[in-house]
Design a binder for this molecule. Sequence first.
Ligand code: NAD
Length: 415
Amino acid sequence: MAKINPFEVAQRQLDECAKILKLDPGTHQVLRNPKREIHVTLPIKMDDGKVKVFKGFRVQYNDARGPAKGGIRFHPEETIDTVRALSAWMTWKCSLLDLPLGGGKGGIICNPKEMSPTELEKLSRAYIDQVWQLIGPEQDIPAPDVYTNPQIMVWMMDEYSKLMGKAQFGTITGKPLGLGGSAGRGDATARGGWYTIREACKFLGINLSKATIAIQGYGNAGYFAALLAKKFFGAKVIAVSDSKGGIINKDGLDPDKVNQHKTKTGSVINFPGTSPISNEQLLELKVDILCPAALENVITDKNVKNLKTKIVAELANGPTTPEADDILYKNGIHVIPDFLCNAGGVTVSYFEMVQNFYMYYWEEDEVYKQLDRKMTHAYQAVLKTSQDYKINMRKAAYVIAVKRVADAMKARGWV
Ligand code: NAD
C-alpha cells in the first residue's frame, strides 16, 4: 500500500477549510505552502571514529502572527513532507490557542535508540550550528518532539548561546527545571488533552470516573495521558501500546508500573497480568476514549468502520486521514482534533518563553490554571463553531485558526 503523505493530508484539510471560509485564491495558495525550508547535512564523527552523514530539516511554515514555533523530531523515517505537515499543524495550533506565535517544525533522520549520548550531543549541536542564523526567540523557537527530550534541548540551547555569546534561554523550550524550563511542561501535552477530554465528556454525558481508555504510544504524550487518567479522573486505562506492540487488561492497568516495566525492558509488552494485543487491535477496542499518541495515519478508511470508541482524543499529530475523518463524523464519534487536543505542549512552551523573558518562574499551580483556561476556551470555541456551521470538530478548529492567520496576513499587507 502506498504510504500516505502527511503534507498532502494537511493541504487537503486546509483546502476544505478554504471552501468553508471562501478564502481568496491568493491567500489560500500562501497558506498551502511553507514560507521557508532549511535542509542541512550533518557529518558526525561517531564513537567508532567513522564519519556518518545525517540529513536534517527546519520548516518555518507561517509567521504572520508571531515567530515560528515547533518541535524537532529525531526519527529514522523522518521526511521533509512530515516536517512540512507538522509545521502547518503548528501554525493552526498556535493560532487556535490564540498564542502570539506562528508555526514551524524540525527533524533529523536518525535512530536515537542506536546512538550513544556523545553522538546525540554532537548531532544536536551540529544541527544548531547549521540553522542558528535563522532561529531565535524573535524568529523561530524549537522544542522537543518524538525521540527528543529536555537534555537535547539543553545541548541545543547551549550551542545557540555560545554562538550568540550570551545566555539565550528563550530560544528553545522544553528545557529542564533550573535551566529555564517551566514547571508543568513535562506532562503539559497530556494534561492539556485531558482538559479537552473533560469538556467533551461533559458535552456527551460521559462519567469520566467510569470511563475506559485505550492509548496507542507510551512516550511523553501517551504515558502521561495514562497517568493523569487514573490520578485525576479515576478513569480506567485498559490497553496501551508502543512500537513493539500492545497490552490489555480489562480491569485496568497501573500506568506507573507499566512505565517502570517499559524503562526496564524497553517496551510495554510482556507486562505481568496482561494479554498481548496488536497496535491495530488496540484501535478497535470498545472503549469510551481512544487516544492515538504515537504517529500519523493510523486511523484510515481501512479500519475506521471498526472503531467502537465514543471519543477519539488525538494526542498524536495527524493520526486520522481525511477519508476516515468524514466517516467518524457520520458515525457520531466525537473527535478532539490533534491541533486542539495536543496543544497543551506548545501552550506551556509559550509560558516557558514568557517566563524566560521576564526571568521569573511560576509555581506549578499557576501553570495548570492558565493551561486549563486556554484549553477549555479553545475546546468550547471549536465545539460552538462545529455546531454553528454543522461541520466536524476538525473543520471547526481549522475555520477558527485559519481565519486568524489569514486576517493577520491581510492586515500586514502580505495578501
Ligand atoms: P515519544 O517519543 O515520547 O513517544 C512516542 C511513542 O510512540 C513511544 O512509546 C513509541 O514506542 C511509540 N511508537 C512509535 N512508533 C509506533 C508505532 N508504529 N506504533 C505504536 N507506537 C509507536 O513521543 P511523544 O512526544 O509522546 O509524541 C507522540 C505524538 O504526540 C507525536 O505525534 C507528537 O508529534 C505528538 N505530540 C507530542 C507533544 C509533546 O509535548 N511531547 C506535543 C504535541 C504533540
